[in-house]
Design a protein around this ligand. Sequence first.
Ligand code: UT7
Length: 320
Amino acid sequence: MKRRAIIAGTGAALPENCVSNDELARKVDTSDEWIVERTGIRFRHIAAPHETTATLAHDAAKQALETAGLDAGQIGLLIVATATPDNTFPATATKVQAMLGIDDCVAFDVAAVCSGFLYALSVADSMIRTGVADHALVIGAETFSRILDWEDRATCVLFGDGAGAVVLSAEENSARGILSSKLHADGRHYDLLYVDGGPSTTGTTGKVRMKGREVFRHAVTNLASVMHEALEGAGVEASEIDWVVPHQANIRILEATAKKLGLSADKLVITVDRHANTSAASVPLALDSAVRDGRITRGDLLVLEAMGGGFTWGASVVRY
Ligand code: UT7
């Protein structure tokens, strides 16, 4: 019998405070026109002091459990993908576990920045298929606003805060589920997108530094290539895809990648306009939004993809 991890439920959480480009332009030397034209971003949510990566992760997880019709106690594995943990240690996953009232499960964080959710999804899929757990929570959660340099207009306008979650459940002989995942990393590009601090180097948290143009150039090539790989792994053609659920960094990256695969732009789930780049949260946030508004329906063939600091990148093909 073939055991697979199916997506049983999705959830999302966004901070209450939603900030427009115009509001940002009052504090930062930028304009709505520049941001929209270069990135497609119109709004981003910014966490208040009481909203942390763990509280957002918890709220998204709770909603995903509700849609899956599961109790928190049934979860055997909980992974939080984040680059902005509540504390250096322990893992934010253990904080979320306690908030959900789960007394015992496997819980840890995954650090692959914007690709974190794809990495976490792939790890959870493997652990479900090998019988470690029957039900898993995979959460992407970030408070990037806390590591932004608000003096650096080239980065601070691009990011937002939020969390998205999925419940994965084991199913035998199902046509649904995660069909294939491909992951990559190339640490030679460490310095193109990084945070200039950390416990082992400066002893400070640090701020985001990015060479945007170089990241952009690599993103389109790497994403198109890993999507090809994942499709091949699943034995499906690009023409069979119903929805691409991409990492939401820049509308121009999304459209250029779709074009490279010969896909029409109306197959893209786009949330970058409302959420900006929420790093590890962006793919599950986009997934949840398209499930909730009825665009993605059961049986649809999805491709999830992301690329971020490291560089890391990956794609998963999922029959929803
Ligand atoms: O999630 C991880 C992956 N991250 C990404 O995928 C990000 C990839 N990179 C990008 O999305 C784009 O490179 C950016 C949106 C970051 C930048 O767009 P760009 O078209 O590459 O612009 P640029 O950095 O080359 O800057 C062009 C101009 C510069 O002015 P000059 O030198 O031409 O006079 C910048 O100073 O735009 C200026 N600029 C701004 N102007 C107004 C940079 N940031 C801003 C700003 N407002 N916020």
